[in-house]
Design a protein around this ligand. Structure first.
Ligand code: PEP
Ligand code: MG
Length: 906
């Protein structure tokens, strides 16, 4: 059988269906489906996406001859249903030619309207409609669109002048008028002639008068638009394969601009912003679709309720509203009733919120399009839960309807939409931690804290941040850095705090001396206002107002549903009781990573820590460690108490020691005094700690092996806190984790130190407590030898930040220098520090789990790298058989949803 290339629809019949979107594109499939369910749609036909591929394989001439019979037959089909003739001056049929891919690619490809007009037909149209102005306006728009789209006259650069627009301006200037719709019939006629002359002059081609020639030109142009730069870029961004191709739909034109019984509009079956079950939309009487978009006239609301609300917001009185901006419900009550019934029908049919386009031509309603509507995160959750309650969808579908990353919008403060529309974007960086922040610029952590205490809202602007900046970051509304990627210190810590952060904004020049930052020629001083959008990476001049996030009951209900279906559980990465509390409220059932180093920067702890690091010998270290022990125990007490009855995985000291010592003179002098040593001594010790490659140097378990007394002190602090809580009748569940292990002997040696310290403590206190001992798998060699390592571990936690760094050989802190180029050139599809590289790094995780469980079947496995909160990585973790993922508090709900989806998909 010959391949079917063209599918017709019209008058309640269609050769296609909704589930044929791969072949007919979203638009074509839904137009067919609407016919089948009794929604009025102008008749037409769709040329398949497969023809698009043939077009690029075989070329234009071959494809036109392949399609010729089918297309001509299908044009007859439209003519018969409409009672009109293509190219007939008395009773002319006009058509639109539209693109439509499988996935929606809004505005990326081309559309041609009013096709079929020529010098003869336009006269007939004017006579038939008794509206010369309408006919010539349609004609000049068509010639212009045809010249732009089919004959390639659309300017390539946005600064180039559109030759047609230039002609329009000349014609208007001659009579001193401003608006397009002020042109009279003679002027519109003149435009047509001038446009045609411009086409001849520019392209050497004569504008085709024959409608069939016009049609072929338009069909081929729509196929060509699949390969335009915009479309190619969009496909790259959205991961849409080129082979999908676009379909072409040719459809009878219906006109919303044929007088006061005609109209055009767009409507939604529910509120796309809030999710409320409220039919809404906008329309314009006597207008074409592009008039709504052009913004020359103010569109009116469809429902009366919407209209009243709109008038209130605009400060428009009821008299004026009713007279000048009545709703469709009031102005066209019969049409409104039909529209309302049909939108309801469409929503029930698709079981989802619909976004629809319609036209009313002389009192007859036509639908031109329907699709599942785009929506905000809040609306997404509400609509899914409401549809579940209404019995439209089942629980699994409700879970699958929600996009995990969109939950983020529900968790962080966001910019006020109106304020944002008026704000000036200064520059862009990485969207390191979502949310909105607005405050006065400060450059130093202590200033951030001071200003904050004095009641100011501040944004901390830094070249980069380090653990020393923690207090400042905590006091700030948001953080902006010039350097650093998505797992840089600033990014990780900010996400942990749920604090807005834009990192790696390469265009900002920070001058700490003058306390200024120059962004694209604008110099901002300490105290000036700046605003950050951590969700998009945009940086704005001045103050942009924010509003706090709200978590609704639907959201909680969705999370409960997730728990019902999920297999993996979700823990959190938290270093303070505050973060732990936030995460617990978001549903974390334990801590998957407590980075102890962050605790050392508070209050007196940093002094004792520095004393320990700068000590000359073991004895000196032990003196300092004795000061640290009770302080650390207090930290662990707080966090274990907050997470009572839940596992708390505490990691032993991990970062290179030089991160803790003072590098400035003031700090070094203070240390010298504190320790009773000379400044020279301190400076030499600091210098001796410098490493060429600290990320691969003395860090992780290498610290604990070099200085076992640190491991012993931390063990006693963790277990000491747990014992106190046990005595108080609580149920602490500590886990002690050894970082950066690469050989089984490293773990074995640390295990011995931990066990000895525990025994010493238990003997001393006369009581004991169970605890688990595990390790991070974050060095490739650990994954390769996981069978050996697992013999000494109760659990593995995959540290995919370091594992990615070491598998790719990309420095976490320097990757922002070249990753953008890699992404632009498609050397990498995504940033591997954000989205787990399943092909490479994923193999190591998979191997680690399998090998580990081969020697230790009871081994629990989790992940605590940043990927633990990224949906596609979470789903990979599920498939790999991990028991849990652990992520920043503000990503806990996202991970819960992704984990449930992974289970449902299985
Ligand atoms: C990791 O490496 O993935 C990890 C969680 O540890 P950190 O980010 O603290 O190095
Ligand atoms: Mg690590």
């Amino acid at each position: 059988m010959e391949e079917k290339r063209v599918y017709t629809f019209g008058n309640g019949k269609a050769e296609g269906r909704a589930d044929m979107r791969n072949l007919l594109g979203g638009k074509g499939a839904n137009l067919a489906e609407m016919n089948l369910i009794g929604v009025p749609v102008p008749p037409g036909f769709t040329i398949t996406t497969e023809v698009c591929n043939e077009y690029f394989e075989k070329g234009k001439a071959d494809v036109v001859s392949l399609l010729k019979d089918d297309v001509e037959k299908s044009v007859r089909h439209i003519e018969n249903l409409m009672g009109l003739r293509f190219g007939d001056a008395k009773n002319p049929l006009l058509v639109s030619v539209r693109s439509g891919a499988r996935a929606s690619m809004p505005g990326m490809m081309d559309t041609i309207l009013n096709l079929g007009l020529n010098d003869e037909v336009v006269v007939g149209l004017a006579r038939k409609t008794d509206n010369e102005r309408f006919a010539y306006d349609s004609y000049r728009r068509f010639v212009q669109m045809y010249g732009d789209v089919v004959l390639g006259m659309k300017p390539v650069n946005k600064d180039d002048i559109d030759p047609f627009e230039a002609i329009i301006e000349q014609v208007k200037a001659k009579r001193g008028i401003v608006l397009d719709n002020e042109m009279n019939v003679d002027e519109l006629k003149k435009l047509v002639a001038l446009f045609k002359a411009a086409i001849k002059e520019r392209t050497g081609e004569v504008f085709p008068e024959n409608p069939i020639d016009q049609l072929w030109g338009a069909i081929c142009a729509v196929f060509d638009s699949w390969m335009n730069e915009r479309a190619i870029l969009y496909r790259k961004m959205e991961g849409i394969p080129q082979e999908w191709g676009t379909a072409v739909t040719v459809m009878a034109m219906v006109f919303g601009n044929m007088g006061d019984t005609s109209a055009t509009g767009v409507c939604f079956s529910r509120d796309a912003a809030t999710g409320e079950n409220r039919f809404n939309g906008e329309y314009l009487v006597n207008a074409q679709g592009e008039d709504v978009v052009a913004g020359i006239r103010t569109p009116q609301q469809i429902t009366k309720e919407g209209s009243l609300r709109w008038a209130r917001q605009q400060g428009i009185s009821e008299e004026i509203r009713a007279a000048k901006f009545p709703s469709m419900e009031e102005a066209m009550p019969d049409i409104y009733k039909q529209l309302d019934a049909l939108q309801d029908k469409l929503e029930k049919h698709y079981h989802d919120m619909q976004d629809m386009e319609f036209t009313v031509q002389e009192g007859k309603l036509w639908f031109l399009q329907t699709r599942n509507g785009k929506r905000t995160g809040t609306a997404m959750v509400k609509i899914a839960i409401d549809l579940l309650h209404e019995g439209e969808i089942d629980e699994k579908t409700a879970i699958e309807r929600c996009e995990p990353n969109k939950l983020d919008e529900l968790l962080h403060p966001v910019f006020d939409k109106e304020a944002l529309a008026n704000a000036k974007v200064l520059t862009r960086g990485l969207p390191a931690s979502p949310g909105a922040a607005c405050g006065q610029i400060v450059f130093f952590a202590d200033d951030a804290a001071k200003w904050h205490d004095a009641g100011h809202k501040v944004v901390m602007v830094r070249l980069e941040t380090s653990p020393e900046d923690l207090a400042g970051m905590s006091a700030a509304e948001g953080i902006l850095t010039a350097r650093g990627g998505m797992t840089s210190h600033a990014a990780v810590v900010a996400r942990g705090m749920g604090k807005c952060c834009v990192s790696g904004a390469g265009a900002i020049m920070v001058d700490y001396k003058t306390r200024t930052v120059e962004i694209d020629g604008v110099v901002l001083h300490e105290g000036d206002y700046i605003s950050l959008n951590g969700t998009t990476g945009e940086v704005y001049n001045d103050q942009v107002t924010t509003r706090p996030a709200t978590v609704s009951g639907d959201f909680a209900e969705l999370m409960k549903l997730c728990d019902k279906y999920t297999r993996m559980v979700v823990r959190t990465n938290a270093d303070t009781p505050h973060d732990a509390e936030v995460a617990k409220n978001f549903g974390a059932i334990g801590i998957g990573l407590c980075r102890t180093e962050h605790m050392f920067f508070e209050n007196d702890k940093i002094k004792a820590m520095r004393e320990m690091i700068l000590a000359e010998d073991r004895k000196g270290r032990e003196v300092a460690l004795a000061k640290l022990l009770p302080l650390q125990e207090k930290d662990f007490y707080g966090i274990l108490k907050c997470m009572d009855g839940m596992p708390v995985n505490i990691r032993l000291l991990d970062p290179p020691l030089h991160e803790f010592v003072p590098h400035d003179l003031k700090g070094q002098e203070a240390m010298a005094q504190e320790m009773g040593k000379s400044l020279d001594f301190i400076q030499k010790r600091v210098a001796s700690l410098a490493e060429v490659n600290p990320m691969l140097g003395l860090r992780g378990c290498r610290l604990g092996i070099t200085y076992p007394e640190i491991t012993a002190m931390q063990t006693k602090a963790i277990l000491g806190a747990a014992l106190r809580l046990k005595k108080e009748g609580l149920d602490p569940r500590p886990e002690i984790m050894v970082p950066l292990v690469g050989t089984d002997k490293e773990l074995k040696s640390q295990q011995a130190v931990i066990k000895a310290a525990a025994k010493e403590l238990f003997d001393e206190k006369g009581m004991s407590i169970d605890f688990k001992l595990g390790t991070m798998i974050e060095i490739p060699r650990a994954a390769l030898t996981a069978d050996r390592i697992a013999k000494h571990a109760d659990y593995f936690s995959f540290g995919t930040n370091d594992l990615t760094q070491m598998t790719f050989g990309y420095s976490r802190d320097d990757a922002a220098r070249f990753l953008p180029t890699y992404l632009d050139n498609k050397i990498l599809e995504v940033d591997p520090f954000q989205v787990l590289d399943q092909t490479g790094v994923g193999q190591l995780v998979d191997m680690g789990v399998k090998k580990g469980r081969s020697t230790n079947p009871m081994l629990k496995c989790g992940i605590c790298g940043e990927h633990g909160g990224e949906p596609s990585s979470v789903k990979f973790c599920h498939r790999t058989g991990l028991d849990y993922v652990s992520c920043s508090p503000f990503r806990v709900p996202i991970a819960r949803l992704a984990a449930a989806q992974a289970a449902v998909e299985e």
